[in-house]
Ligand binder design. Sequence first.
Ligand SMILES: Cc1cc2nc3c(=O)[nH]c(=O)nc-3n(C[C@H](O)[C@H](O)[C@H](O)COP(=O)(O)OP(=O)(O)OC[C@H]3O[C@@H](n4cnc5c(N)ncnc54)[C@H](O)[C@@H]3O)c2cc1C
Length: 367
Amino acid sequence: MKHKIAIIGCGVVGASIAYELSRIPGLEITIVEQNTPASGSTGAALGVLMGVISHKTKSRAWRLRETSLKRYQTLLPELEALTGITIPVNRQGIVKLLFPGDRLDKWQQLQQTRHNQGWQLEIWDKAYLHQQCPYIDRDDIIAAVYSPQDRQIHPSRLTEALVAGAKKNGVNCQFGVKVEQFIIKSSNHSNLQTCSHLETTNGELAVDWPIVSAGLGSTPLTSSLQQSVDIRPVLGQALKFKLERNLGNEDFQPVITGDDIHIVPLGDRQYWLGATVEFPNEEGEVNAQAELLTQIKQQAIDFCPPLADAKIEKTWFGKRPRPQGQPAPIIGKLNGYSNVLLATGHYRNGVLLAPATAQAIQNLVTQ
Ligand SMILES: Cc1cc2nc3c(=O)[nH]c(=O)nc-3n(C[C@H](O)[C@H](O)[C@H](O)COP(=O)(O)OP(=O)(O)OC[C@H]3O[C@@H](n4cnc5c(N)ncnc54)[C@H](O)[C@@H]3O)c2cc1C
């Protein structure tokens, strides 16, 4: 008999799990999404993969990053070939600007560590930065770090391709359907409880492995199991703008990161800029503050003066799912249950960590 998998939530994480599991024979997979794919945090994301350039060098945090970086190398061509969907990817790397207070010695150490791990980082002095990115201009820039192997991927298009690939491989998609609660069967053999069905707005769904990849929706879902996973929203605002001409050299359009702000080239003189980091109040509520978006735009103009002439085409915000009291992301079995799996709380790095999360879930399901 086929194992029944139900994936709750179709952001980049749920879609990655659905696609990765769809490659394994003998599984009957359903993905349930209350709205449309990528309508949560994923639809607001900039898709910058801060992998090699992150300061994580050891244990789980680096393992997840490295697994994702490697899987993306094969996943993107595999999905494009399977679905015919072009996934916009920037393969020109990330340039991170360093300002007074940034420890150059720490970056040199990281460069050595990455070299030992088989990855590349370059440290550029100001003159070389000016040669490569002449549009960057702030007196107090001390240097830059260039990460040629990091990428930026369009999050919604990636999710669309993952869903299309999963469907081609036989995954059943129920969109516009909400999971309302878990139906639990008590076990006689252990203290663990088992979820046998999901109650959805479309009726009951029998399940062997329910996988919660519902982002912020994971908290209300798990609280119905008396095992609440506490995930809070951290709001991010971003904008899209257009310039008279592309910044700098047409052939070299990397992502620029300075002061924790990304300038993301999209081609055809268009760019994304973001994102703010806005924490919730004690009640867990957070509303977008217009002045913070103005502030990051000004900060970006301070190191990239041509942005002063940018024509803003669109602004938006999203809410990142951030776990309370434990590191992001949460991947593994829900305490007290034999079969409820969590793949949630990816906070600022869900696009980066989606492939590694899918592989970790695959290991749990196939063990
Ligand atoms: C402005 C901004 C910029 C960002 N930039 C980056 C970046 O550059 N790089 C990066 O890696 N990450 C970035 N992130 C973070 C990234 O967006 C998240 O980490 C990631 O999208 C989380 O994906 P997810 O699939 O877990 O959650 P989501 O995308 O939120 O998906 C969860 C889905 O579950 C569904 N759902 C919830 N409850 C239920 C239910 N009961 N039944 C059915 N469906 C349900 C929701 O409708 C939703 O579609 C950014 C986020 C923001 C807001």
